[in-house]
Design a protein around this ligand. Structure first.
Ligand SMILES: Nc1ncnc2c1ncn2[C@@H]1O[C@H](COP(=O)(O)OP(=O)(O)OP(=O)(O)O)[C@@H](O)[C@H]1O
Length: 319
């Protein structure tokens, strides 16, 4: 049984240039305790997907169709009041800009205390303080006693990121969506945060959606890898299988450009060109103009996401 089921989800935006669809027929499921990495170039729709799940899409967005089933409820149909109850201990998202999750006029300690009260209503002051300090120490913030007295604007980007991760540790949601959660952190702290996330999963069976453009980082944490391109899922499977034997030419391109994974020196193959604009998507497979294995039919009709060798792939090579 899945904890989260996303069915045929399509999401778009209205902008000055016009109305366009970004996420196209997304089908995705997440099991309890599973860590799924979502990768893809900038603009492939990764954040839009996370925002759709937690109901934090911007006002100029629209959900064209689809459902997001969590604990028997379709999140797409919930009103703001009902969705507020899901956010926090149900689903929590570490936003790409974590400052947006904090109140600028409240001290860090008070904001973490609110999270403790949500998780443990009626908690006494001494225990709350202990929980807060432990979380702040776990994310390796220096001088915990001092940090909690500060306001968000007094912290660096990396410290803000860690405060929001501490909030996630306190809330221990059923699903944690982490959107580039360690982008402002140095490599050592990044590794410690990845370890913390794994511990959360091992101890509490928390499911994690880890969004990143850095496949080697995702490789260090995820069980499963989902590759997105132009708002589509192109490949979805066990991370070892996908990394060792990528099936989609786009996944092959992404992986062959990473020396730490391919363990090859020199001749790294970058994918030529850049993703298309959502306003003028190519006919057929959206990757076809950049694909080194393109065939005639790729330019005519878009392939479906189909099951191949125990994983899912959207490519005419496998249909
Ligand atoms: N608020 C918005 N209004 C209009 N278009 C938007 C908005 N937010 C995102 N988009 C468009 O949706 C597309 C997908 O953006 P999204 O942020 O989901 O991609 P991403 O894969 O998370 O990229 P990145 O890795 O850069 O964060 C982009 O082309 C972007 O222009």
């Amino acid at each position: 049984m899945s904890l989260l089921e996303v069915n045929d989800l399509s999401v778009g935006y209205k902008a000055l240039v016009g109305k366009f669809t970004v996420l196209h027929n997304i089908n995705f499921s997440l099991k309890e305790g599973e860590i799924v990495g979502i990768v893809g170039e900038s603009g492939s729709g990764k954040s839009t997907f996370g925002h759709a799940i937690i109901g934090l899409l911007p006002p100029n967005s629209f959900i064209e169709k689809g459902s997001i089933i969590f604990q028997g409820k379709d999140l797409v149909k919930l009103n703001e009041k009902e969705m507020t109850k899901v956010r926090g201990t149900g689903i929590f998202m570490i936003l790409q800009n974590p400052l947006n999750s904090l109140n600028p006029v409240k001290r860090i300690g008070d904001q973490l205390l609110e999270a403790v009260k949500v998780k443990k209503p009626g908690v006494d002051e001494k225990e709350a303080n202990e929980i807060i300090l432990n979380a702040v120490k776990d994310v390796r913030l220096p001088d915990p006693e001092e940090i909690i007295k500060k306001y968000p604007h007094q912290l660096s980007g990396g410290q803000i990121q860690r405060v929001v991760i501490a909030m996630a540790l306190i809330l221990r949601p059923k699903i944690l969506i982490a959107d580039e959660p360690t982008s402002a952190l140095d490599v050592t702290i990044q590794a410690q945060i990845v370890k913390l996330f794994k511990e959360l999963r091992d101890e509490e069976k928390i499911s994690i959606i880890f969004i990143s453009h850095d496949i080697s980082l995702v490789y260090a944490i995820a069980d499963r890898l989902v590759v997105m391109y132009s708002g589509r899922i192109m490949e979805d499977g066990n991370i070892e299988d996908v990394v060792k034997n990528p099936l989609h030419p786009y996944t092959q391109g992404l992986i062959s450009s990473i020396p730490t994974i391919t363990k090859r020196d020199g001749a790294l193959k970058a994918i030529e060109g850049s993703p298309p604009s959502f306003l003028v998507l190519p006919r057929g497979c959206k990757f076809n103009p950049r694909c080194d294995r393109v065939m005639e039919q790729c330019k005519m009709k878009e392939p479906e996401l189909v099951e191949v060798k125990g994983r899912k792939v959207r490519c005419w090579l496998y249909e």
